[in-house]
Structure formats: structure tokens, C-alpha cells
Design a protein around this ligand. Structure first.
Ligand code: LFR
Length: 489
């Protein structure tokens, strides 16, 4: 079997990608692409999960129309969001999107019941307002009590395709409910939410074979014979698996999409007081690893600017306009929660600049420039923290994901971190999803071989750092802004 399909759904778009390999080279073909986004209804934010399921079905029908009659299939999506099922296995509610504002102050409420230090010691997970722990705490208690099973989004999509309920580990760890010692749900945290272990399915590791897609679906929609393999269902876990082999030099990765996830792969978590203080996370990875990383606000900032500007310009055009705008004119502390889901991103950026006495970015080019300069500076700050926490010099930054297409941002990143940037591949998430399938069916030996294949199969761009004569002045301004906001991140 040499046809593998990755269903890879991010917060702004989804795709089905066919992966095949021959002579040690992996090839990708996009079969179907669709948009995604949450919608606001009565003041709350929801995903349209039935639409996403329908898109998987149409993608598979297109695969069949392209001559694919047999394949394996893996699914990954963003993390933390959940689906409640009743006893009959029916969905109890609309699926909240993690940017929903109901959790704005929940961290403090939970902090009154259990100290943040105790939660970090148990879970090793960074405090983000949208972690499932806080979302469930804010959820209607009567509805939660009715939930027979709680699945995360990709688990639910697997369930719709196979009838099997599972909780895949790379994603389950982002709930902030798993205990690093017991490697299972933490009883104290479940008690706090008035939930029981039985409400969550058994944990499943990436690579597990779930068998074929249900006969009913296959017949009803005339689908290929798909064998479902549990992928690293958290998109970031898949993206990290898709980082090409890098021999000889120590490297960190930056998975650059709606979020920028900056980190390293570890065999043991680091969940000491220092790591807690700077809010680094230890999400569980495939094959016994941890993603020790930091969430940085990422391309969401520019996605929102583009949307609010009526999508007049493509992302490539915005990068071009940014290239023509004055550099390092105005900066924003990207990780300030004010940018998580503001009423109006453009106004929020302008207000932040005005409040800090900087020129207000007016044009799309100026806004884009402000975002890219600020992101590159954030990467500098967090990379230095990462080096300190892991006690190792990092020589190279490997960027993967959609952000690879933004040459301006890649170059600015190299300049600001003062190190080489290796950018590519763009499709690392789909690749990470696919290689788990290939390993699971025995087509590839292990993840080391997979990463070497990824390295050989895709073009990787190198960006050398260029000196900036204004660096001291820029850093002065940035550090002031960043530390003033740090108390809020
Ligand atoms: C990236 C990502 C991040 C996670 C955020 C919310 O798409 O999965 O890793 O922190 O989205 O789920």
C-alpha cells in the first residue's frame, strides 16, 4: 500500500494531501482544499464541525475520482477544542472555538482552587486561557454532567469515520489535564471539573491502526477503501514530526502558521520553576518525545488584518507591501493577550502603537511591516529563553509551515536572531501526518529515516543573518515594550 492521505485542518484552512514515496523520495499532491474559520453567534465563537466532516468526505470522493481505490488516512487539527457526546454517541453541543471569550478570566478562578505551580508540576503545560482545562471549567455544568464521552476535535472526526472513540496523546496533552508521572488523566484536575476518567476514552498513541472506514460511509458516499491510522492528531505535533533531519548542528524549530510555535524536541520534560515562570510547555509528542515550546501569536495577526481589509491583497502582496514600508518604525508586543481575539485587530494594533508613543501604522503595508518586525523580534527573545532553559546553544532555526513562503519574515528572523534560518518544507504538518502512516504500515522504518527522506525530498531555503546598524536602538525599544507587556502574557 503506497497511497497515504493526510487530512490536515488548521484554524484558517484544511486540506487532503496524498503522499506517496518512491526511491527514497516522498511526493505530495493536494487533492482538496477548503477554508475554515470560526463564526460568532450570540457573542460566542463556534467551529462548524459538520462542515469539516463533509469536507473530508468530498476530499475522499475526489481521491476516488482521481483513481485512488485504497489508502491509509490520518487526521490532524488544531488542539484543545472538544466535543461532548451523549450516551447514544450524538454530539451534545456546538463546538466552541478556543478564541471564544468565555475563558478570559478563568485562569484566575481556577488559580483560587489549585495553584498554577501545582498544575504546572503535574502537567508541564503552559498557561493559555484556552486550554481545555479552562474551557471545561467555563462550560455549562449541567451540559458537562450529561456528557458520556469527551473527545477532542480530531478524535471526533475519527469517531465519525470509524465509530471508534479514542483520545490521541499528542493532542490530549494540550488539555492540561494529563499527568506527566502517571501518563494518564490527573484525578485532582478531573475532580476540580466534576468530571470522571470514564468520560474520556482510552489514550491512543500515534501509529495505532483503527481498521477500515465504516461500511455505511463507504457505500453511502462511494469512498476509497481507507484504513484509518491514528496520526499525531495535534497539528503542531505533526508539524514537528515533519521537520527535516538536521545533522551536525543544534537546532530549534519554528512551526509558522496561524500560531508560531518555537521550541525543541526533548526526551524528558522540563517543568521546573524557571520554565513555568516564562510559560514554556511540554506537550506530548509521538515516539516518546516532548514538544518543549512557546506559543507566539503568529500569522493570525496578519490573517486578521487581511480579513478586515476586505481581502484586497494576497499574503504575498502584503509581504511585498511590507517590504516597501519603513522598517522597525512601530512595534507591538505580539504575545499580549489583547491580540488573541480583539474586536478589530487593525484598531488594536493601532491603539497599542499609539499608547506606546509610536507612529500609528495606517496602510496595509505599514501594518504588515509592524507585524513582521515584531514577530521576528519575538522569535529573538523567546529563542534566547529557550537556549537558557535547555542549557544548550542553538545554532540554526528550522522554519516549517506556511510562514516559509514569507521570505521577508524568514530574512527578518535570521537578522534578528543572528543565526542561520533554514526554511521548509511548507507542508510539514501534512508530512508529519503522512510519515506516521508510512511508519505504521511498515513502509518507512522510523522517524529518523522519515526526516532524512523529508530532507532529501523538499527544497529548503537558507537565510543568512545580515547585520543591522540600528540593532541596539531597535532592541532597546523592543525590550521596553516586551517587558511592559510580559506581565500580561
Ligand atoms: C496551532 C495550534 C497550537 C495550539 C493552538 C490552539 O494550530 O494547534 O499548537 O496551541 O493551535 O489549538
Amino acid at each position: 500500500m503506497n497511497n497515504h492521505i493526510a487530512v490536515d485542518i488548521g484554524a484558517s484552512s484544511g486540506r487532503l494531501v496524498l503522499g506517496t514515496f518512491k526511491d527514497g523520495i516522498i511526493s505530495l499532491r493536494e487533492i482538496h482544499r477548503f477554508s475554515n474559520g470560526f463564526a460568532e453567534r450570540d457573542g460566542s465563537c463556534f467551529w462548524d464541525i459538520d462542515y469539516l466532516f463533509d469536507q473530508i468526505i468530498s476530499g475522499l470522493q475526489q481521491a476516488k475520482a482521481n483513481g485512488i481505490t485504497m489508502c491509509t488516512l490520518g487526521i490532524d487539527t488544531w488542539a484543545v477544542d472538544y466535543v461532548l457526546l451523549d450516551k447514544q454517541g450524538n454530539r451534545l453541543q456546538e463546538v466552541y472555538a478556543y478564541r471564544d471569550r468565555r475563558t478570559d478570566h478563568v485562569i484566575d478562578e481556577v488559580g483560587k482552587l489549585i495553584s498554577p505551580a501545582a498544575v504546572y508540576e503535574k502537567t508541564g503545560i503552559q498557561q493559555l486561557t484556552f486550554n481545555t482545562l479552562y474551557q471545561l471549567f467555563a462550560h455549562d455544568t449541567a451540559e458537562l454532567a450529561q456528557a458520556d464521552q469527551i473527545l477532542l476535535v480530531p478524535d471526533y472526526l475519527y469517531y465519525r469515520l470509524t465509530g471508534r472513540k479514542l483520545n490521541e496523546i499528542t493532542n490530549a496533552s494540550t488539555t492540561q489535564l494529563l499527568n506527566l508521572q502517571t501518563r494518564d488523566y490527573d484525578e485532582d484536575l478531573l475532580d476540580l471539573l466534576h468530571l470522571t476518567r470514564e468520560q474520556f476514552p482510552a489514550l491512543a498513541e500515534p501509529g495505532e491502526d483503527l481498521g477500515f472506514i465504516s461500511d455505511t460511509l463507504m457505500e453511502q458516499y462511494d469512498l476509497p477503501q481507507c484504513r484509518l491510522i491514528v496520526a499525531a492528531t495535534h497539528d503542531t505535533a505533526s508539524a514537528v514530526l515533519g521537520v527535516p533531519a538536521q545533522s551536525g548542528r543544534s537546532s530549534a524549530y519554528l512551526s509558522s502558521g496561524t500560531w508560531s510555535l518555537l521550541g525543541v524536541e526533548l526526551r524528558q520534560p522540563i517543568h521546573d520553576a524557571k520554565a513555568m515562570h516564562v510559560n514554556y510547555t511540554n506537550e506530548w509528542g509521538a515516539y516518546g518525545t516532548y514538544r518543549f515550546l512557546k506559543n507566539i501569536m503568529g500569522l493570525w495577526l496578519i490573517q486578521e488584518v487581511r480579513r478586515l481589509d476586505g481581502e484586497r491583497y494576497s499574503f504575498a502582496e502584503l509581504a511585498e507591501l511590507a517590504g516597501q514600508a519603513e522598517s522597525f518604525r512601530s512595534l507591538i508586543p505580539c504575545n499580549d493577550p489583547r491580540f488573541l481575539n480583539p474586536e478589530h485587530m487593525i484598531e488594536e494594533i493601532r491603539t497599542s502603537c499609539a499608547e506606546t508613543g509610536q507612529p500609528v501604522p495606517e496602510t496595509p503595508g505599514e501594518l504588515a511591516r509592524c507585524i513582521f518586525d515584531s514577530l521576528a523580534l519575538s522569535y529573538r527573545t523567546y529563542l534566547a529563553e529557550l537556549e537558557e532553559l535547555t542549557a544548550g546553544p542553538i545554532e540554526v532555526l528550522q522554519i516549517v509551515g506556511g510562514g516559509v513562503n514569507n521570505a521577508l519574515l524568514c530574512q527578518l528572523t535570521a537578522d534578528m536572531i543572528g543565526r542561520e534560518v533554514l526554511a521548509g518544507p511548507t507542508e510539514s504538518t501534512a508530512l508529519g501526518n503522512l510519515v506516521v502512516q508510512m511508519i505504521s504500515v511498515g513502509n518507512i522504518a522510523d522517524i529518523e529515516e522519515a526526516r532524512a527522506m523529508i530532507q532529501r525530498s523538499f527544497g529548503i531555503e537558507s537565510y543568512a543573518p545580515r547585520p543591522n546598524p540600528q540593532m541596539d536602538e531597535i532592541l532597546n525599544r523592543w525590550n521596553g515594550l516586551h517587558s511592559a507587556a510580559a506581565g500580561r502574557t
